[in-house]
Design a protein around this ligand. Sequence first.
Ligand code: ZN
Length: 298
Amino acid sequence: MDKIIIEARVNELAPRDGNPNVPFLPSEIIRDAKACYDEGASILHYHGRTAEGAPEHAADFYLETNAGVRALCPMLLHPTLGYVANDADALGRFAAVEEMMKDPTTAPDFAPMDVGSVNVDWWNPEEVKFDTTDLIYKNSTGTLMHFAERIRHHGLKQYLVSWNVSSTRQIEAFMQMGVVPEPAYVCFCLTDGIMLAGHPGTPEGLDAHITFLPKDRRIVWTVVNYKGNLLLLAEKIIEAGGHISIGLGDYPFTELGQPTNAEVIAKVVEIARSLGREPATVEETREILAMEKVRVAA
Ligand code: ZN
């Protein structure tokens, strides 16, 4: 079976009260990235955060972080476009990537396309109420087509996030149109706990995604469990030939104490090896995903 691509999702918008090891600032993310790379992760996904943990969209944050990681290791870079915290238009949401593309030391390797619009309010299961009631993650078809075009223009890889089966149907339509080239890299975003927008982080939630993958298209898939414990599904994913995207950004993993991101990655590698799959190196990840050479503007 193919080697397994492991992506470290180091921070998202996660607070530190569940686990104090969530990195916020560039220096913290750079240190974590190297540690995760050393354990076997080949992709880094991160969000800009202020020292207090608020979302940070300034391009400088991304330039500093990308360059810092590049100086330490060849990990593939997958910065966010800001998720629901960056509610600008399509050009505004992609502006930081355009800045990153001006220099080979700051250029990323992936840019995300979260396919479909979803209500991402925070559910409070203890109090049986919503803590927020107006968080809409809006990704219009026009916005997604703008991202797709810019990502291909720069020679980056589209990182397609599928929240549910309808997202996968739109990805299939984009593939028919030639907007998304093959092999497509699709991340099934399961959600648990305080997040209801994806399929549940259960075997059945994952099976529904796999069942509806178009059979006549080349698709490489990975799995996230946003706000849930993806380790519980790791064996199933690894045996089914999928890949794993995981980290303290999604879940504090207090079942393991107060682990660092690198310790969570090490756990995934241990499970994968026990099932006969080695972690893919950066070069092997590039081959599996048929990644092009990034084109930096002159
Ligand atoms: Zn993210």
